[in-house]
Design a binder for this molecule. Sequence first.
Ligand code: KIV
Length: 290
Amino acid sequence: MSAHKHVAEDAVKALTTFDIAKAKGSRKLTMLTSYDYSIATLAEQSGVDMLLVGDSMGMVMLGRPDTISVTLDEIIIHARSVVLAAKRSMVIADMPFMTYEQGVSEAMHTAKRLLQEGGVRAVKLEGGREVVPQIKALVQAGVPVCGHIGLTPQRSAVLGGFKVQGKTALAAYNLVQDALALQQAGCFCIVLEAVPAQIAKRVTAALDIPTIGIGAGPHCDGQVLVYTDMLGLYDAFVPKFAKQYAQVGNIIRDAFRQYAKEVQEGVFPGPEHSFTIKDEELVELDNLLK
Ligand code: KIV
C-alpha cells in the first residue's frame, strides 16, 4: 500500500456547508462554542459538527458584562487555536459588534481577516433583513455565512436586555420573514436564539436550510450551547435554556485546592515529579561551591 493511500485513509473528511445543509430532516446537527485548542480538541473528539468561536467569549472567557467589547483581533487569536484542533468539525467565527453593520465593504474586510488570519471556514453574523446586502456579498465572494436571529446579544441594549424574542404574532411573523430573507441571501444555516419553541418550529418548517437552536426548543434542526454553560464552568449567569451536563467547575476547584494544600504541606512535588543528577556530579559541584 502506498504512502499516499495511508494518508488518504487516515485523513478525516471535513464537514462542508453541503453536509450541514443535507442533514436537515435526516439527523440533528450539533454545535458547541470553543475558544481554545484544548476544549476544541475535546469537542472534535466527541463528534460535534460545528465549533463556534462565539463572541460569548467576551463574557465567559474574558469576564466582561456583554459581547459588545469583543474585537476582531480577539476573535482571530482564539479562532487560530480552535482551527488547529478541528479536523471533521466546521469552525465558524462570529463577526464582532460593529465589524459588519456599516456595509458590504466592512463585512468583506472582516470576513477576509477571519478566513485568512483566523483560518475559519465560515462566519456568523447577527441580524435579519437589514444585513441581507452584507450576506449576499459575502456568499457571492465565497464566504459561507451562518445567520443569527431572535435574541441577538450584540443588540441587547436596544432589545431591553437578554430577553426571549418573537412572543407576539407580529414579532414572530417578522422573525419568519427575517429567516426567509437570510435563506434567500445565501445563509447555509441560521442560529435561532431565545424564541418560543412553537415559533422555532414554524421557522424551521418554513426553511430549506437548517435552524440551530439555543433556547429555541426541540424542533430546530440542530442545537448549540455555550460550552462553559453546559459544563458548570461559568456561574455568573446560567440561562434557563442551558442544560448542565456536568459540574466541571467543582472538579477544577477541588483540584486547585488540593494542589495548593499539597504545596503548602510539602507533598507536591514528590520524587516522581522531580529531576535528578548523578551523585558524582553533585559531589563535584559541592567541591566547586566550597
Ligand atoms: O457567541 C455565541 O456563543 C453565540 C451562541 C450563543 C450562538 O452566538
